[in-house]
Design a protein around this ligand. Structure first.
Ligand code: 2AM
Length: 478
């Protein structure tokens, strides 16, 4: 190899391989390395010619480091957790002052902060960059959420802006978010919102299938219809519609649909759980995200779910007439619209609080802008949020009014009716209920927690405040 590569990438699993191809296809020379050399060889064999001579494989870490332009820019896409630390330990002695390591894995934001601080003592720069978009996004344009060293960001910026997806205005879906773990935090919140929306869609499926008695092709049509609503139009609804239309490739029967053969226990890798943990630490109310994490947990509790053989369900809902079925589709559309809006709202609430707590000075309008393309929670509704959180206060107020008005009218009635119907039909709706509870908790002027305060004072003399005068009070209750 004559010339040195503009950037390097370590870790050639699906995301790493596709991101490396994306970088090469955009005209940047890139060296790649993987712990298992066979993977590097296969990758170069399969894709080495795809972008001219931009992709170069290295067999050793030393050879890899030597093949890079200085200051070196090295993307890590190895398994999150200890492998990232191991790789940094192995790599950093080979690097020179001002070289840059960019961790694009799903690392915990606190690990990212620790790594940046440790590497800074050795004059090395560190960027923690969230990346969303799955395999396709990595290859054609993901949403990128970098945080960390600002001066290092400026050095990688031309490459990252070129490989990122585009927002609705054609700008790249990447921006420097803040110092330390802010990028990985924003990615974690993105995933929390993703969990919540996916759970709402799963509950919608349950309602339409078991209460509405709709077939898979009908479900595909209904979800395609929802995807025409500008507040719902999104990647997740689009793929949901496609899932219901997918025939089972393993079955010889013509009307067998794949969805009916998939086991009902959802997996998780941890970002949803981290979101709920940090929200509790920071005192932020994110009930729909919490419910979504819980719903995945219960779905995987195969032992506990054996209770279905013992426990009886006694639904009280009547069978729906054909006009009832039609109404159900509309009621669900309204419920989904309002509930999904509140998932984004909960994410924004968590970002606001974290920004204060960690002094990140996050630009919420920019965060929602870089979620407009490439990522899993991309949706046309995000356009509203970007304006609503933006600097133009007149436009923001107008959008805020438009959104609150959505909740005030008949959509809210339809939301409540749908949830009642679902509960009467013994359909668990943890995420839908959580979204409605979120709304009601903020919409009501009075909450019943005066009773909690009285109880705490009764058994623990914790004291309480009064509504009619200032000060702290204690009563001998018994
Ligand atoms: P492998 O192909 O050698 O397993 C996702 O697992 C990616 O992270 C893979 O490229 C994998 O390399 C890499 N990986 C996992 N653990 C690692 C470690 N401890 N050191 C280096 N790479 C690791």
């Amino acid at each position: 190899m004559k010339d040195k590569s503009a950037i390097g990438l370590i870790g050639l699993a699906t995301m790493g391989a596709n991101l490396a191809r994306n970088i090469a296809n955009k005209g940047f020379s890139i060296s790649v390395f993987n712990r298992t050399t066979e993977k590097t060889d296969k990758f170069i064999k399969d894709f080495g010619k795809e972008s001219g001579d931009k992709l170069h494989g290295s067999k050793t870490l030393k050879e890899f480091v030597a093949s890079l332009e200085t200051p070196r820019k090295i993307i890590l896409l190895v398994k999150a957790g200890k492998p990232v630390d191991d790789m940094i330990t192995e790599l950093s002695p080979l690097l020179d002052k001002n070289d840059i390591i960019i961790d694009c894995g799903n690392s915990h934001f606190k690990d990212t902060e620790r790594r940046q601080k440790e590497l800074a003592t050795r004059n090395l720069h560190f960027i923690g960059c969230g990346i969303s978009g799955g395999e396709e996004g990595a290859l054609h344009g993901p949403s990128l959420m970098p945080g960390g060293d600002k001066s290092a960001w400026e050095k990688i910026r031309p490459i990252f802006e070129k490989i990122a997806a585009k927002d609705f205005g054609g700008k790249p879906c990447v921006v420097h978010l803040g110092d330390f773990g802010s990028g990985h935090f924003v990615k974690m919140v993105h995933n929390g919102i993703e969990y919540a929306i996916m759970q709402l869609l799963a509950e919608s499926y349950d309602i339409l299938k078991n209460l509405g008695k709709f077939s898979n092709p009908e479900l595909a049509k209904i979800f395609s219809g929802y995807n025409k609503n500008p507040n719902l139009k999104s990647f997740l609804i689009e793929i949901t519609a496609k899932i219901f239309a997918k025939k089972d490739p393993e079955s010889s029967k013509k009307d067998a649909y794949l969805i009916d053969f998939i086991k009902d226990s959802a997996g998780q890798k941890g970002t949803g759980k981290w979101t709920t943990e940090i929200a509790h630490d920071l005192g932020v109310f994110i009930p729909t995200i919490n419910a979504a994490v819980d719903a995945r947990i219960v779905s995987g509790d195969t032992k506990g779910r054996q209770m279905c053989k013992v426990l009886k369900l006694t639904p009280t809902a009547k069978k729906l007439t054909s006009s009832g079925k039609k109404n159900l589709i509309t009621q669900l559309e309204n419920a989904l619209e309002l509930s999904i809006i509140l998932c984004y709202e909960q994410g924004v609430g968590l970002l606001t609080q974290s920004s204060k707590e960690y002094n990140w000075n996050l630009d919420l309008a920019e965060i929602t802008r870089i979620w407009q393309g490439g990522c899993i929670i991309r949706s046309t509704y995000l356009k509203n949020l970007t304006i609503g959180l933006g600097k133009d206060k007149t436009a923001a107020t107008k959008i805020f009014k438009k959104i609150t008005n959505l909740f005030a009218g008949p959509k809210q009635k339809s939301w409540r009716r749908l949830l009642t119907l679902s509960l009467e039909s013994a359909i668990p709706i943890p995420a839908f209920s959580a979204s409605l509870n979120f709304y009601d908790s903020y919409a009501k002027a009075h909450l019943p927690q005066n009773l909690i305060q009285a109880q705490r004072d009764f058994f623990g003399a914790h004291g309480y405040e009064r509504t009619d005068k200032k000060g702290s009070f204690h009563t001998e209750w018994d």
